[in-house]
Every structure is written in C-alpha cells, then in structure tokens.
Design a protein around this ligand. Structure first.
Ligand code: S3P
Length: 434
C-alpha cells in the first residue's frame, strides 16, 4: 500500500512542466488508430490510464510504438480494427471506458470492456442509453456497470440527443459512435464541457460543427493522420497552482499548460479567491491553446463558486477544497453532484479527510460548504482516488503537523512522478511503499 508522508510547511519555487494532458492523450490514440496514415504524438501522458488505452488499440491490431512520451500510431482506417483476443481492460479510466464504448458500438466484432473495482461501480447508463437509441447492443453486468459486452455488426443510425448531464465523456462517446452511423449525429450539451474531441476530430480532417451548445457530426467520414503535441495537463498543474497559493512564500511557473477555455475553471475560481496568477506566452499548438502560468503565494478568501464554472473545473475540486480550507471565510459549492461519481465520491471523501485535519465542512447532495481555518495533521484516506491523494499532499504546505495520505498508488494513473516533482518544488513529501 503506497502512502505519502508529508511534513508540514515549506516554500514553493521553480519552473516545471507537468505531464501531458490525460484527456488529449486518450483521444490522440483513439483518433490516430482509426485514421488513414501515420500520426506522431509528442508529450503523451505516460500514466497508467493512457497506457491502457494504447494497449487496448494494440489488442485491436493497431501498430503503436512508444518511446517515453513520443508515440507513433499507424492508423488502420475507420474499418480496420480487429477483434481483440481478450477483454479490453481500461483499468481506472472512465474516459477510456466511455469513449471506447462509443467506438466499439460501431465495429463489426464483439468486444468486452473491463475495469478496476472503482470503475466497475461507476455509472455507464449515461452512455449505454443513447448508444442503444443509435442501434447499439450492449450488455452490462448489473444496472449499467462494467464489465460491458458490446455486440458488433449493428447498423448504427445517427440521433439527436439532449444530454441530461454536462459530460464530455458522453458527448465524445456519441461522436465516436456517430463516425460509424448513417446520418448526422447531433448532441446538445446543457453546459459547455471540454471540447478536445471536437478540436481533434477537425485536426484529423473531420467536418464537425459546434456552437450554441450543439455539436453536429456527419457519419461515415474518413480521418487523415495528424501529428499531435499534447500540452501539459491543467488538471495536474492545478495541484501546484494551489500549492504556490497556500504556501507561506514562493513563486512557481508551470510551463506549456493547456489553457483550453473549457478547462480553465480552476484559474477563474482561484482568481475569485484572490490568487495571484499570471498567464504568459499564450500560443496555439495543434488547435489547442497553450500558455505558461506563474503563481505567487496569496491570501485566499472564501467564495461562492459560480455554478457555470463547475463543468470547467470538474477534476480540480479536490485541490480547490484544500484552497478553500486555507482561505479566510466560507466557500460554498453547489451544482456539483457529478463529483459523487468520479474515481471516488469526491465530496464525501474530501469532507472525511478535511474533518481529520480539523476543517469543518457541511456536505450537501450536490456540493459542500467549507469553513476555512488552520489545517492540522493526521492520517487521511484517499480511497484510491489519485486526485484526492495529491490534494491532501498539497494541504501539508499549510498544515501544522504531518499529513499521511493512504492508498496513493493510483496517482500513477494521471501523474507519474508526482511525488518527485512535488519534492523538487518544495513540498516535503516522501513515499512509503509499506
Ligand atoms: C473527461 C471528462 C470529465 C472528466 C474526466 C475526463 C474527458 O468527465 O471528469 O476526468 O476526458 O472527457 P465527465 O465527462 O464525466 O464530466
């Protein structure tokens, strides 16, 4: 059982580049695999989640070579995937399972998707239901949970779908199925969600129209190979944004971070809390906005988090709760029920850990109220959730005593090398492989 032991206090400094964006890394493998020609990917996230996605496509006969963060994919075309000889195990990754389900729904062959114990409890009805409307045949273990068996050889028909939840995974799943469907797939989103799929599909030469909460994709389009430079993941950078803000002193620069406006809710929320953030060298690389982000220590204050920012910061709430715990006053979050069905129930697991550290919270069905005060020490459970493990490690910068975080092995799903990089910047963290 991997645990992080974090001594209290510390200054934060340095210029770092965190690993590649997880969402973009998954999508780069998926689209390059079904494109015509050879795609070169740089900056690929070498985390367990995205490596599992490579493995899944290799199992379906796609030649993929990887040298560290450089990946070469020889696309097999829209109809060139082969039936895998074994289950496709996507580990901890909801993104891989939901996106692959959409892709597999349109194949000629059967396939079975499996995941770890956390993923096997997460809701898949949100993708199974609309895929069935398109004509897909999917059998789930119990009540729409993985393992999922996809029956191939179905003729899919495009649908127009109003998503009940603002989810980029559901949207992307339907767009991938839509590539194999007759007609124009139309998805309406209740609020803007990350648009990496739309941007990358365009990069691969697909006609995708989006605007006013609607995405349209004509089916049966061929994709043409395309080179992809994956920016650093803003969701991983977020740990250092909060670290620099709550530390006693210091400054950090985060290099080459993806600042797609559908992902920058964390910057907006931290700024509302009084964080000192500078965005430098804005540029566009391969259809995605990228920048360097500089932060200095600041006095944070509690706020009411605007609900419109929730989908734009959905993965950053564990560490934003730590920022709220360090802030003066009360922070209120609502409209965030989706946090309960992530890698863990992020509202409850964070509230439990914060309580151990002496922070008062009130848990709501769709959010939390956090009373900022002094963070103490103690042993907290991450429940195997990578982002919770990293969030509590960051909390140590403002703590009065040692914080020990349990069950941290899954940090490798999204941020391999987190502890080493955190140490380098000044977080007093060590790994105990118990
Ligand atoms: C993701 C979408 C989000 C996010 C997840 C990655 C994606 O999930 O939480 O970590 O890559 O599309 P939802 O679509 O369920 O909100």
């Amino acid at each position: 059982m991997t645990e992080f032991v974090c001594n209290p206090g510390g200054r934060i400094s340095g210029q770092i580049r965190v690993p590649g964006d997880k969402s973009i890394s998954h999508r780069s493998i998926i689209l390059a695999s079904i494109a015509e020609g050879v795609s070169h990917i740089t900056g690929f996230l070498q985390g367990e989640d995205s490596l599992n996605t490579i493995k899944a496509f290799q199992q379906m006969g796609v030649p993929i070579q990887r040298n560290q963060d450089q990946v070469t994919v020889t696309g097999v075309g829209l109809h060139g995937l082969h039936q895998p000889a074994a289950d496709l195990d996507v580990g901890n990754s909801g993104t891989a399972m939901r996106l692959l389900l959409g892709l597999l729904a349109g194949q000629k062959f059967d396939a079975r998707l499996t995941g770890d114990s956390s993923l096997s409890t997460r809701p898949m009805r949100r993708v199974i239901d609309p895929l069935e409307l398109m004509g897909a045949v999917i059998e789930s273990e119990s009540d729409g949970r993985a393992p999922l068996q996809v029956r191939g050889g179905q003729a899919l028909t495009a649908i127009e779908y109003d998503m009940p939840v603002a989810s980029a995974q559901v949207k992307s799943c339907l767009l991938l199925a839509g590539l194999y469907a007759r007609g124009v797939t139309i998805v309406h989103e209740p609020a803007p969600t990350r648009d990496h799929s739309e941007r990358m599909l365009r990069g691969f030469g697909c006609a995708v129209k989006s605007g006013n909460g609607e995405i349209r994709l004509p089916g049966e389009q061929a994709l043409t190979a395309c080179d992809i430079d994956v920016p650093a993941d803003i969701s991983s950078a977020a740990f250092f944004m909060v670290a620099a803000s709550i530390a006693d002193a210091g400054k950090i620069t985060l290099q080459h971070v993806g600042v797609n406006p559908t992902r920058t809710g964390v910057i907006d929320i931290l700024r509302l809390m009084g964080a000192d953030i500078e965005i430098l060298n804005r540029r566009e690389i391969g259809g995605e906005p990228v920048a360097d982000i500089s932060l200095r220590s600041a006095r944070l204050k509690g706020i009411e988090i605007p609900e419109r920012l929730v989908p734009l910061a959905i993965d950053e709430f564990p560490v934003l709760f730590v920022a709220a715990a360090c802030a003066t006053g009360v922070t209120r979050l609502s409209g965030a029920e989706e946090l309960r069905v992530k890698e863990s129930d992020r509202i409850q697991v964070m509230a439990d850990g914060l309580a151990i550290l002496g922070i008062e919270t009130e848990v709501k069905p769709d959010g939390i109220i956090i009373q900022g005060s002094k963070i103490g020490g103690g042993t907290v459970e991450s429940r195997g959730d990578h982002r919770i493990a990293m969030a509590f490690s960051v909390a140590s910068l403002a703590a009065t005593d040692e914080i020990c975080v349990k069950d941290c092995a899954n940090v490798n799903t999204s941020f391999p090398g987190f502890a080493g990089l955190a140490q380098k910047t000044g977080i007093r963290i060590s790994i105990n492989e118990g």
